[in-house]
Design a protein. Structure first.
Ligand SMILES: [Zn+2]
Length: 140
């Protein structure tokens, strides 16, 4: 090993030092490991977003019931969007082969997806009931 090459701290491959970068732990790693790490980090971030958006949409939908006029349609839209986001989260949670999938975020995705799907169903149900209620009020 001369001054121009070094083993990568992660994969052990000996590569030119000029093509190496420091990772978060101040270890020199090769570009392949660096891009893998970035990809995994991006995947973890997108998984967190996928886990958070269904309950967030359901929460917005629930709050919109309290806003005059917006309460007529926005909760339904949020409920449907939350439903789709929940399905996405559940599917991601069941896919263990995914990059960034860990024992910690998989159950989180599943729980978030299932609870939000139920929540979204409730919102959609209440919204439809309110339509039925309004329709009945129009008739009498
Ligand atoms: Zn490497």
């Amino acid at each position: 090993m001369n001054a121009e090459t070094q083993p990568c701290a992660q994969c052990g491959r000996v590569v030119p030092t000029s093509s190496m970068v420091y990772n978060g732990q101040a270890q020199l790693i090769c570009m392949t490991c660096e891009s893998d790490a970035q990809f995994a980090e991006a995947s973890t971030k997108s998984m967190i977003q996928t886990a958070i958006s269904p309950p967030l949409l359901a929460l917005v939908g629930t709050m919109m019931f309290c806003v005059p006029l917006l309460s007529l349609i926005v909760p339904l839209i949020c409920g449907i969007m939350s439903m789709f986001a929940s399905v996405q989260a559940i599917r991601m949670g069941m896919d263990n082969s995914r990059v960034g999938a860990t024992d910690r975020n998989q159950p989180l995705l599943l729980i978030s997806g299932i609870l939000s799907a139920l929540w979204a169903l409730g919102i959609i149900g209440v919204q439809i009931l309110s339509y039925v209620g309004m329709a009945l009020m129009d008739r009498f």
